[in-house]
Design a protein around this ligand. Structure first.
Ligand SMILES: N[C@@H](CCC(=O)N[C@@H](CS)C(=O)NCC(=O)O)C(=O)O
Length: 282
C-alpha cells in the first residue's frame, strides 16, 4: 500500500534515494522482505527500528507509518507499508526471479490474505514461547502515543493492534489464547502437508512468495517448540530444503545473544512445565 502524502509527517523520507527498508531483526514481516531482497539481489539501506524499545511508537516513526509497524519500504521517496504490498513492489522493481507467477495470481492473493490474518496469532505464540513474555512489555506511554497519533483508531488495522495490546496488557498471553492461535496453524500446516505430497514447493514445482511467507512462519514456530516434524513431515522436508539456502538464512539471521536468549527461554519452559507441547496439549 502506497502511503498517502498527508500521512507522511516525517517528510525527510521523501528525499531518500534508492531502496530503504525500516525493519527489525526478529520481525517476521521484515524477515520475509529481507529474503525477497536477497533473492532478487537488490541493494538496500537499512533503518533499524528497535521494537523491543517501542521505537515503532515514537512520533518520528509514526510519521512514516501511522500503523506503527515494520517493515516500511521507501523507494525513491515513495513510502510503501504492509509487507505483502512491499513484496509486490519488489517484484515490480526486480521481476527476476519470479515470485508471483501469473498462473498462480489469484491463489497467491488469497494465501497472502490468510497469512496476514494469522499475523497476530504468530505474535501471540512468539511472545509466549520464543520471547517468554506472558505480559505486554510495551510501555503504557508508547501505547497512548500510538493510540492518539493521527486519526486515532479510525484505521481498522490500527484498531486491531490496539485491541491486541490492550488485551495482553489486561490479561497477559493466556493459555487459552495460545491454544486458539496454535489450532489455526495446525489447520494451515495440515493443509500444506497434504498439498506438498510429491511437490517440492507449496504451490507446486516452483518457488513462490507463499514459500517465503510460510518459511518464516515455520521457522518462528519451530523456535517456539511447535512440533512441525512430528505432525507435518512433508512440511518439515520442505522447510529443511529452504533452510539450507543462504538467501533464507541471511534474511532471518539472529545475533548470538538472541539465539542464547531463545535457548534460555526454552530451558526455563522445560523446567517449569510450560513448553508449547505442555500448554497446547499436542
Ligand atoms: N500487516 C502488517 C503486519 C506488520 C507487523 O505486525 N509488524 C510487526 C513486526 S512483525 C510490528 O511492527 N510490530 C510492532 C509491535 O507489535 O508493536 C504487515 O504485513 O506489514
Amino acid at each position: 500500500m502506497r502511503l498517502a502524502d498527508k500521512d507522511i509527517l516525517t517528510r525527510e523520507v521523501l528525499d531518500y534515494e534508492g531502496l530503504h527498508l525500516f525493519h527489525y531483526a526478529t520481525s517476521s514481516c521484515s524477515q520475509k522482505s529481507r529474503i525477497v531482497l536477497n533473492l532478487k539481489q537488490l541493494a538496500w539501506q537499512p533503518h533499524y527500528i528497535d521494537l523491543s524499545q517501542a521505537a515503532n511508537n515514537e512520533t518520528w516513526f509514526l510519521g512514516i507509518n501511522p500503523r506503527g509497524l515494520v517493515p516500511v519500504l521507501v523507494n525513491d521517496g515513495v513510502v510503501h507499508i504492509e509487507s505483502n504490498d512491499i513484496l509486490r513492489e519488489l517484484e515490480r522493481i526486480a521481476p527476476s526471479p519470479v515470485l508471483f507467477p501469473a498462473q498462480h495470481e489469484a491463489e497467491i492473493a488469497d494465501f497472502l490474505i490468510e497469512e496476514d490474518d494469522l499475523h497476530i496469532d504468530l505474535r501471540t505464540l512468539s511472545f509466549r514461547f520464543v520471547f517468554n513474555r506472558t505480559k505486554s512489555t510495551k510501555p503504557a506511554e508508547a501505547l497512548e502515543r500510538y493510540r492518539n497519533h493521527g486519526t486515532g483508531s479510525a484505521d481498522p488495522k490500527k484498531k486491531k493492534e490496539i485491541a491486541f495490546y490492550d488485551r495482553i496488557g489486561r490479561d497477559g498471553i493466556t493459555d487459552q489464547a495460545v491454544r486458539v492461535s496454535a489450532e489455526k496453524f495446525r489447520d494451515a500446516f495440515a493443509r500444506w502437508n497434504e498439498r506438498l505430497g510429491g511437490f517440492p514447493f507449496l504451490l507446486g514445482d516452483t518457488l513462490t512468495i507463499i514459500d517465503i511467507a510460510w518459511y518464516v512462519y515455520a521457522k518462528r514456530l519451530r523456535f517456539g517448540g511447535y512440533p512441525v516434524q512430528r505432525l507435518h513431515p512433508n512440511v518439515e522436508d520442505w522447510f529443511q530444503r529452504l533452510d539450507g539456502q543462504s538467501e533464507f538464512l541471511d534474511g532471518i539471521a539472529l545475533t548470538s545473544e538472541l539465539k542464547a536468549m531463545i535457548a534460555a527461554n526454552r530451558r526455563q519452559q522445560e523446567e517449569t512445565g510450560t513448553t508449547f507441547a505442555e500448554i497446547v496439549g499436542w
